[in-house]
Design a protein around this ligand. Sequence first.
Ligand code: ADP
Ligand code: ARG
Length: 342
Amino acid sequence: MEYPSFTQKHKSLMRKYLTNDIFKKLKTKITKNGFTIEQAINSGVKNPDSNIGIYAGDKESYKIFSIVFDKVIEEYHDFDKDRKHLSNLNSEDLNTPYLEELDNYIVSTRIRVGRNFDNMPLGPAISKEQRDEIQSIVSNTLSSFEGSLKGKYFSLEGMKEEDRLSLIDDHFLFKAGDSYLEEAGLNRDWPSGRGIFHNNEKTFLVWVNEEDHLRIISMQKGGNIKEVFQRLIVAIQNLEEKIEFSYDEHLGYITSCPTNLGTAMRASVHIKLPKLSLNMKLLEEIANKHYLQIRGINGEHSNSENGIFDISNKRRLGVTEVQCVQDMYDGVIELIKCEKDL
Ligand code: ADP
Ligand code: ARG
Protein backbone atom coordinates (compact mmCIF):
# COMPACT_ATOMS: atom_id res chain seq x y z
CA MET A 1 0.00 0.00 0.00
CA GLU A 2 1.45 3.35 -1.12
CA TYR A 3 1.14 6.79 0.51
CA PRO A 4 -1.70 8.56 -1.38
CA SER A 5 -0.67 10.99 -4.09
CA PHE A 6 -2.20 14.13 -2.59
CA THR A 7 -2.41 17.25 -4.76
CA GLN A 8 -2.69 20.97 -4.01
CA LYS A 9 -6.45 20.49 -4.15
CA HIS A 10 -6.56 18.10 -1.17
CA LYS A 11 -7.41 20.32 1.78
CA SER A 12 -8.89 17.96 4.39
CA LEU A 13 -7.84 17.63 8.02
CA MET A 14 -6.96 14.01 7.24
CA ARG A 15 -4.52 15.19 4.56
CA LYS A 16 -3.05 17.72 6.98
CA TYR A 17 -2.29 15.15 9.68
CA LEU A 18 -1.61 11.95 7.71
CA THR A 19 2.09 12.38 7.05
CA ASN A 20 4.08 9.73 5.22
CA ASP A 21 5.63 8.59 8.53
CA ILE A 22 2.26 8.20 10.21
CA PHE A 23 0.91 6.39 7.16
CA LYS A 24 3.77 3.90 7.36
CA LYS A 25 2.89 3.16 11.00
CA LEU A 26 -0.79 2.64 10.21
CA LYS A 27 -0.79 0.81 6.88
CA THR A 28 -0.33 -2.68 8.32
CA LYS A 29 -2.96 -2.30 11.04
CA ILE A 30 -6.41 -3.81 10.72
CA THR A 31 -9.45 -3.84 13.03
CA LYS A 32 -11.35 -6.97 14.05
CA ASN A 33 -13.93 -6.11 11.38
CA GLY A 34 -11.18 -6.01 8.75
CA PHE A 35 -11.10 -2.20 8.41
CA THR A 36 -7.85 -0.53 7.25
CA ILE A 37 -6.45 3.00 7.06
CA GLU A 38 -6.75 2.76 3.27
CA GLN A 39 -10.53 2.36 3.60
CA ALA A 40 -10.74 5.04 6.30
CA ILE A 41 -9.13 7.71 4.09
CA ASN A 42 -10.53 6.63 0.72
CA SER A 43 -13.30 9.26 0.77
CA GLY A 44 -10.85 12.07 1.46
CA VAL A 45 -8.38 10.79 -1.15
CA LYS A 46 -11.03 10.43 -3.90
CA ASN A 47 -12.80 13.70 -2.97
CA PRO A 48 -10.04 16.31 -2.80
CA ASP A 49 -12.52 18.99 -1.67
CA SER A 50 -13.28 17.03 1.55
CA ASN A 51 -12.97 19.10 4.69
CA ILE A 52 -12.45 16.14 7.01
CA GLY A 53 -11.69 13.23 4.70
CA ILE A 54 -11.75 10.27 7.09
CA TYR A 55 -14.36 7.78 8.40
CA ALA A 56 -14.27 4.99 10.98
CA GLY A 57 -15.36 1.42 10.20
CA ASP A 58 -15.93 0.60 13.86
CA LYS A 59 -15.26 1.90 17.36
CA GLU A 60 -11.87 0.19 17.27
CA SER A 61 -10.80 2.35 14.29
CA TYR A 62 -10.70 5.38 16.61
CA LYS A 63 -8.15 3.51 18.81
CA ILE A 64 -6.05 1.72 16.18
CA PHE A 65 -5.75 4.77 13.92
CA SER A 66 -5.80 7.25 16.81
CA ILE A 67 -2.62 9.09 15.80
CA VAL A 68 -4.52 10.63 12.93
CA PHE A 69 -8.11 10.55 14.29
CA ASP A 70 -7.15 12.31 17.55
CA LYS A 71 -5.66 15.27 15.68
CA VAL A 72 -8.66 15.61 13.36
CA ILE A 73 -11.03 15.40 16.34
CA GLU A 74 -9.06 17.93 18.38
CA GLU A 75 -9.08 20.49 15.59
CA TYR A 76 -12.69 20.04 14.47
CA HIS A 77 -14.31 20.04 17.92
CA ASP A 78 -11.81 22.28 19.68
CA PHE A 79 -11.63 19.34 22.10
CA ASP A 80 -8.74 18.77 24.44
CA LYS A 81 -7.91 15.06 24.35
CA ASP A 82 -7.76 14.62 28.13
CA ARG A 83 -11.26 15.89 28.74
CA LYS A 84 -14.16 13.54 29.31
CA HIS A 85 -17.28 13.90 27.21
CA LEU A 86 -20.36 14.89 29.25
CA SER A 87 -24.04 14.58 28.44
CA ASN A 88 -26.96 16.79 29.53
CA LEU A 89 -30.41 16.11 28.10
CA ASN A 90 -32.32 18.23 30.60
CA SER A 91 -34.37 20.78 28.65
CA GLU A 92 -34.84 22.84 31.83
CA ASP A 93 -31.17 23.81 31.54
CA LEU A 94 -31.77 25.40 28.14
CA ASN A 95 -31.97 29.16 28.06
CA THR A 96 -33.80 29.49 24.74
CA PRO A 97 -36.94 31.55 25.35
CA TYR A 98 -39.45 31.30 22.53
CA LEU A 99 -40.23 34.77 21.22
CA GLU A 100 -42.96 35.10 18.59
CA GLU A 101 -40.68 37.42 16.67
CA LEU A 102 -38.37 34.46 15.98
CA ASP A 103 -40.94 33.08 13.56
CA ASN A 104 -40.47 36.10 11.29
CA TYR A 105 -36.97 34.78 10.58
CA ILE A 106 -36.91 31.07 11.46
CA VAL A 107 -38.71 28.97 8.85
CA SER A 108 -38.15 25.68 10.65
CA THR A 109 -36.12 24.05 13.41
CA ARG A 110 -34.57 20.58 13.29
CA ILE A 111 -32.43 18.73 15.82
CA ARG A 112 -30.94 15.34 15.05
CA VAL A 113 -28.58 12.90 16.70
CA GLY A 114 -26.67 10.00 15.21
CA ARG A 115 -26.65 6.61 16.95
CA ASN A 116 -24.98 3.29 16.13
CA PHE A 117 -25.53 -0.22 17.47
CA ASP A 118 -22.97 -1.26 20.03
CA ASN A 119 -22.51 -4.76 18.63
CA MET A 120 -22.18 -3.99 14.91
CA PRO A 121 -19.53 -2.47 12.65
CA LEU A 122 -20.25 1.11 11.52
CA GLY A 123 -21.64 1.71 8.01
CA PRO A 124 -18.29 1.76 6.17
CA ALA A 125 -17.50 -1.80 7.33
CA ILE A 126 -20.95 -3.33 7.75
CA SER A 127 -22.19 -6.35 5.75
CA LYS A 128 -25.51 -6.48 3.89
CA GLU A 129 -26.88 -9.02 6.37
CA GLN A 130 -25.92 -6.87 9.38
CA ARG A 131 -27.47 -3.79 7.76
CA ASP A 132 -30.70 -5.70 7.09
CA GLU A 133 -30.75 -6.92 10.69
CA ILE A 134 -30.46 -3.36 11.97
CA GLN A 135 -33.31 -2.26 9.73
CA SER A 136 -35.48 -5.03 11.07
CA ILE A 137 -34.68 -4.33 14.76
CA VAL A 138 -35.18 -0.57 14.39
CA SER A 139 -38.44 -0.79 12.45
CA ASN A 140 -39.82 -3.33 14.95
CA THR A 141 -38.82 -1.19 17.91
CA LEU A 142 -40.37 1.93 16.39
CA SER A 143 -43.61 0.11 15.61
CA SER A 144 -44.30 -0.03 19.37
CA PHE A 145 -44.11 3.77 19.77
CA GLU A 146 -47.36 5.35 20.90
CA GLY A 147 -49.01 8.77 21.13
CA SER A 148 -47.44 11.65 19.21
CA LEU A 149 -44.41 9.49 18.31
CA LYS A 150 -46.54 6.80 16.68
CA GLY A 151 -45.78 6.35 13.00
CA LYS A 152 -44.76 4.06 10.17
CA TYR A 153 -41.54 2.71 8.69
CA PHE A 154 -40.93 3.01 4.93
CA SER A 155 -38.07 1.04 3.42
CA LEU A 156 -36.30 2.71 0.52
CA GLU A 157 -36.53 -0.47 -1.53
CA GLY A 158 -40.31 -0.50 -1.49
CA MET A 159 -40.75 3.23 -2.00
CA LYS A 160 -42.22 4.83 -5.15
CA GLU A 161 -39.74 7.17 -6.84
CA GLU A 162 -42.17 10.12 -6.66
CA ASP A 163 -42.64 9.58 -2.90
CA ARG A 164 -38.90 9.39 -2.36
CA LEU A 165 -38.30 12.62 -4.28
CA SER A 166 -41.06 14.50 -2.50
CA LEU A 167 -39.71 13.43 0.93
CA ILE A 168 -36.30 14.78 -0.13
CA ASP A 169 -37.78 18.04 -1.47
CA ASP A 170 -39.62 18.59 1.79
CA HIS A 171 -36.35 18.11 3.77
CA PHE A 172 -37.43 14.88 5.45
CA LEU A 173 -35.31 12.25 3.68
CA PHE A 174 -31.61 11.88 2.83
CA LYS A 175 -30.47 12.12 -0.77
CA ALA A 176 -28.87 9.34 -2.79
CA GLY A 177 -25.46 9.36 -4.43
CA ASP A 178 -23.39 11.52 -2.07
CA SER A 179 -19.83 11.11 -3.35
CA TYR A 180 -18.26 11.40 0.13
CA LEU A 181 -20.44 8.56 1.45
CA GLU A 182 -19.91 6.61 -1.77
CA GLU A 183 -16.12 6.55 -1.42
CA ALA A 184 -16.41 5.80 2.31
CA GLY A 185 -18.22 2.56 1.41
CA LEU A 186 -21.45 3.84 2.89
CA ASN A 187 -23.55 3.36 -0.26
CA ARG A 188 -22.78 -0.36 -0.74
CA ASP A 189 -25.86 -2.48 -1.59
CA TRP A 190 -27.93 0.72 -1.99
CA PRO A 191 -30.91 0.97 -1.40
CA SER A 192 -31.14 -2.31 0.52
CA GLY A 193 -31.47 -1.94 4.30
CA ARG A 194 -32.16 1.82 4.18
CA GLY A 195 -35.37 3.58 5.08
CA ILE A 196 -37.22 6.21 7.05
CA PHE A 197 -39.71 6.14 9.91
CA HIS A 198 -41.97 9.10 10.57
CA ASN A 199 -45.01 10.04 12.62
CA ASN A 200 -48.09 11.48 10.91
CA GLU A 201 -47.07 15.11 11.34
CA LYS A 202 -43.48 14.37 10.21
CA THR A 203 -42.16 16.01 13.38
CA PHE A 204 -40.41 12.83 14.56
CA LEU A 205 -38.34 10.88 12.05
CA VAL A 206 -35.67 8.20 12.07
CA TRP A 207 -33.31 7.55 9.17
CA VAL A 208 -32.02 4.01 9.00
CA ASN A 209 -28.59 3.06 7.63
CA GLU A 210 -27.58 6.31 5.98
CA GLU A 211 -24.25 7.62 7.34
CA ASP A 212 -25.00 6.16 10.77
CA HIS A 213 -27.22 3.21 11.70
CA LEU A 214 -29.77 5.70 13.04
CA ARG A 215 -30.36 9.40 12.71
CA ILE A 216 -33.06 10.39 15.20
CA ILE A 217 -34.73 13.62 14.14
CA SER A 218 -37.21 16.08 15.65
CA MET A 219 -38.37 18.99 13.49
CA GLN A 220 -41.20 21.47 13.03
CA LYS A 221 -42.05 24.79 11.44
CA GLY A 222 -41.04 27.97 13.26
CA GLY A 223 -38.57 28.68 16.03
CA ASN A 224 -39.81 26.87 19.13
CA ILE A 225 -36.45 25.26 19.81
CA LYS A 226 -37.26 23.88 23.27
CA GLU A 227 -40.30 22.00 21.97
CA VAL A 228 -38.18 20.39 19.25
CA PHE A 229 -35.50 19.45 21.81
CA GLN A 230 -38.01 17.96 24.25
CA ARG A 231 -39.60 15.75 21.59
CA LEU A 232 -36.17 14.51 20.54
CA ILE A 233 -35.11 13.63 24.08
CA VAL A 234 -38.24 11.53 24.68
CA ALA A 235 -37.63 9.68 21.40
CA ILE A 236 -33.95 9.04 22.22
CA GLN A 237 -34.83 7.74 25.68
CA ASN A 238 -37.51 5.41 24.28
CA LEU A 239 -35.04 3.98 21.76
CA GLU A 240 -32.27 3.63 24.34
CA GLU A 241 -34.55 1.48 26.47
CA LYS A 242 -34.59 -1.11 23.69
CA ILE A 243 -31.28 -0.74 21.84
CA GLU A 244 -27.76 -0.45 23.20
CA PHE A 245 -25.84 2.23 21.36
CA SER A 246 -22.08 2.51 20.98
CA TYR A 247 -20.56 4.96 23.50
CA ASP A 248 -17.11 5.81 24.80
CA GLU A 249 -16.20 7.89 27.86
CA HIS A 250 -13.81 10.07 25.88
CA LEU A 251 -15.48 10.14 22.46
CA GLY A 252 -19.13 10.09 23.50
CA TYR A 253 -21.54 8.48 21.01
CA ILE A 254 -19.56 6.68 18.33
CA THR A 255 -20.34 7.73 14.75
CA SER A 256 -18.81 6.89 11.39
CA CYS A 257 -17.62 10.46 10.75
CA PRO A 258 -15.44 12.06 13.45
CA THR A 259 -17.36 15.36 13.12
CA ASN A 260 -20.40 13.71 14.69
CA LEU A 261 -18.73 12.18 17.77
CA GLY A 262 -19.81 13.21 21.25
CA THR A 263 -23.41 14.32 21.32
CA ALA A 264 -23.77 13.40 17.61
CA MET A 265 -26.17 16.34 17.65
CA ARG A 266 -26.82 18.91 14.94
CA ALA A 267 -29.36 21.53 15.96
CA SER A 268 -30.29 23.73 13.03
CA VAL A 269 -32.67 26.38 11.86
CA HIS A 270 -33.61 27.36 8.35
CA ILE A 271 -33.42 31.10 8.75
CA LYS A 272 -34.19 34.08 6.49
CA LEU A 273 -31.27 36.51 6.47
CA PRO A 274 -31.64 38.35 3.14
CA LYS A 275 -29.62 41.42 4.17
CA LEU A 276 -26.84 39.50 5.89
CA SER A 277 -26.64 37.24 2.84
CA LEU A 278 -25.16 40.24 1.01
CA ASN A 279 -22.39 40.45 3.61
CA MET A 280 -21.11 36.90 3.96
CA LYS A 281 -17.99 38.07 5.78
CA LEU A 282 -20.08 39.43 8.65
CA LEU A 283 -22.34 36.36 8.64
CA GLU A 284 -19.31 34.09 8.88
CA GLU A 285 -17.78 36.22 11.63
CA ILE A 286 -20.87 35.86 13.83
CA ALA A 287 -21.14 32.16 13.00
CA ASN A 288 -17.52 31.54 14.01
CA LYS A 289 -17.93 33.44 17.25
CA HIS A 290 -20.76 31.10 18.29
CA TYR A 291 -19.20 27.89 16.89
CA LEU A 292 -21.80 27.67 14.14
CA GLN A 293 -21.75 26.15 10.70
CA ILE A 294 -23.51 27.63 7.67
CA ARG A 295 -25.10 25.25 5.16
CA GLY A 296 -27.46 25.70 2.22
CA ILE A 297 -31.11 24.75 2.53
CA ASN A 298 -30.96 21.41 0.75
CA GLY A 299 -28.54 19.86 3.20
CA GLU A 300 -24.80 19.65 3.39
CA HIS A 301 -22.87 20.83 0.33
CA SER A 302 -25.95 22.66 -1.03
CA ASN A 303 -26.34 26.39 -1.64
CA SER A 304 -28.39 28.99 0.15
CA GLU A 305 -31.54 30.06 -1.72
CA ASN A 306 -33.37 33.42 -1.42
CA GLY A 307 -31.25 34.47 1.54
CA ILE A 308 -32.28 31.41 3.57
CA PHE A 309 -29.51 29.51 5.38
CA ASP A 310 -29.19 26.36 7.48
CA ILE A 311 -27.41 27.49 10.65
CA SER A 312 -26.30 24.83 13.15
CA ASN A 313 -23.89 24.05 15.97
CA LYS A 314 -20.47 22.90 14.82
CA ARG A 315 -19.02 21.47 18.05
CA ARG A 316 -20.54 18.20 19.20
CA LEU A 317 -17.81 16.62 21.35
CA GLY A 318 -16.80 17.87 24.80
CA VAL A 319 -19.96 19.94 24.98
CA THR A 320 -23.34 18.72 26.25
CA GLU A 321 -26.50 18.42 24.15
CA VAL A 322 -27.87 21.46 25.99
CA GLN A 323 -24.74 23.44 25.04
CA CYS A 324 -25.05 22.41 21.36
CA VAL A 325 -28.55 23.85 21.24
CA GLN A 326 -27.52 26.88 23.31
CA ASP A 327 -24.66 27.65 20.84
CA MET A 328 -27.19 27.60 18.02
CA TYR A 329 -29.79 29.72 19.85
CA ASP A 330 -27.32 32.38 21.03
CA GLY A 331 -25.84 32.69 17.56
CA VAL A 332 -29.26 32.89 15.93
CA ILE A 333 -30.32 35.68 18.30
CA GLU A 334 -27.23 37.67 17.34
CA LEU A 335 -27.78 37.00 13.64
CA ILE A 336 -31.37 38.23 13.86
CA LYS A 337 -30.29 41.36 15.74
CA CYS A 338 -27.72 42.07 13.07
CA GLU A 339 -30.21 41.43 10.24
CA LYS A 340 -32.60 43.94 11.86
CA ASP A 341 -29.85 46.56 12.25
CA LEU A 342 -29.03 46.30 8.56
P1 ADP B 1 -27.74 16.07 8.69
O1 ADP B 1 -28.27 17.17 9.51
O2 ADP B 1 -28.60 14.88 8.85
O3 ADP B 1 -26.34 15.85 8.97
P2 ADP B 1 -28.07 17.44 6.05
O4 ADP B 1 -27.33 18.71 6.24
O5 ADP B 1 -27.81 16.72 4.77
O6 ADP B 1 -27.75 16.35 7.14
O7 ADP B 1 -29.61 17.73 6.17
C1 ADP B 1 -30.56 16.72 5.98
C2 ADP B 1 -31.89 17.27 5.57
O8 ADP B 1 -32.45 18.01 6.63
C3 ADP B 1 -31.83 18.21 4.38
O9 ADP B 1 -32.93 17.99 3.56
C4 ADP B 1 -31.95 19.57 5.02
O10 ADP B 1 -32.49 20.55 4.16
C5 ADP B 1 -32.88 19.27 6.15
N1 ADP B 1 -32.79 20.26 7.24
C6 ADP B 1 -31.72 20.55 7.99
N2 ADP B 1 -32.02 21.52 8.89
C7 ADP B 1 -33.32 21.83 8.70
C8 ADP B 1 -34.24 22.74 9.31
N3 ADP B 1 -33.85 23.52 10.33
N4 ADP B 1 -35.49 22.78 8.84
C9 ADP B 1 -35.89 21.98 7.83
N5 ADP B 1 -35.09 21.10 7.22
C10 ADP B 1 -33.82 21.01 7.65
N1 ARG C 1 -16.55 13.65 4.39
C1 ARG C 1 -17.02 14.97 4.11
C2 ARG C 1 -15.86 15.94 4.21
O1 ARG C 1 -14.83 15.54 4.65
C3 ARG C 1 -18.13 15.37 5.06
C4 ARG C 1 -17.72 15.54 6.48
C5 ARG C 1 -18.76 16.06 7.44
N2 ARG C 1 -20.09 15.73 7.06
C6 ARG C 1 -20.68 14.56 7.26
N3 ARG C 1 -21.85 14.37 6.73
N4 ARG C 1 -20.13 13.62 8.00
O2 ARG C 1 -16.00 17.09 3.86
